[in-house]
Design a protein. Sequence first.
Length: 202
Amino acid sequence: MIKVAIVGATGSGKSIATAIFETHGYYAINVDKLAKHILASDTKLITEMKIEFGDGAYSKFGEYQATHVSAIVFTDPEKLKRLNEIVFPYIRNRLIAQMDEVEIYKDAEYLVVEGAVLMELGINSRFDYVVEIESDEYLRLRRIMNRSRLSESEAYSRIRLQKSVLSSLPDASKSVVNNTGSLESFIIKIGTLAEDIKNKVQ
């Protein structure tokens, strides 16, 4: 099974790229959705989160309060580092298990995994190819504000804490796709890349 990672800063267009890969026959896993599920259901993780970020990290009904935690970590790099130290091992273990399940039980030929923090989970060797989606900072800012209903300063605080993740990867196993033009041109670029990867990795 060919495994492709799609990474990029928040607001760059990863989800659109992943949806395009799906139309070309790739099975998709969204790491952000996986993380949300774990944060809502893993009792051990929930306890760790409450200890680190207070009872406000969860509502009285047990729902994860992303707004509460985001307000803390996106203004404090040390708190963001601590959040990653707590959550990443849970995400990594569950993602590895889910990727294995796809290969064994779904009988998929191609898999695409999307996530902003994917390259920080320590599983780079499991991917055959990595695609980074990049976009103009102003466009990303506007997308984040519209999508998450954040103020400009809140959106910018998230942007400034993220950086390119591909500098250490061999050129043969990565592509950087710019998403500052029209949606139509982006769809064509990603669709072409999805087919090229099939041929390049085989």
